[in-house]
Design a protein around this ligand. Sequence first.
Ligand SMILES: [Zn+2]
Ligand SMILES: [Zn+2]
Length: 218
Amino acid sequence: MLELLLPQRCVVCGCGGRQLCAGCREELPRLEPPLCARCGAPTVWPVERCRECAGRRLAFASARAAVGYDAAARRFVHAWKERGLRRLATEAAQLVVQRVPPPEVDALTFVPSDRGRRLERGHNPAERLALDLAAAWELPCLPLLERTRGGRQRGSSAAERRTVRGAFRATGPAPRRVAVVDDVYTTGATAAAAASALRKAGARRVEAIAFARASRRG
Ligand SMILES: [Zn+2]
Ligand SMILES: [Zn+2]
């Protein structure tokens, strides 16, 4: 309700009008092919594996995202997550639908937020995004995952990898093909841990979908 009454400002550039102005929406760096077939990193040529994912045991079959995680995308995601602006979830979902082909899966699910964060924010951005994507792609969205312990480390790549291994478990049997949705793909460790839990619960193929993707090439 409050969201409707307050004057709207673009969360990226601060101009009045909309929460994401047309100019900033246009300038979010769309991820375009060629991409690594596995992890979705932008590459010079289409490749099956790239420097980011070669030699890593990733439990997902492929990862895709709509935009690169540049400074503007960071401001957008920060406003979406920390201020809980619902309209931004809708904007994010629209950008994903534009860039990412509908996954060939039986259901979508989402990376669960830890309880502390959820209480603090009152919402799980990944869940909201998954619900909007499920509506657009006419797929069911099922809460298939829960956290096994502790908080979600986002401090550094190394910290993320250490923290997320074994961080999730399935809440029950998983459908055969699932796509797991998150707001940001950072190192792939979170997506891999979620995919691993889904595969233990019976999924044969897991795809990872995110709004934004960090890249080592910037
Ligand atoms: Zn703007
Ligand atoms: Zn790759």
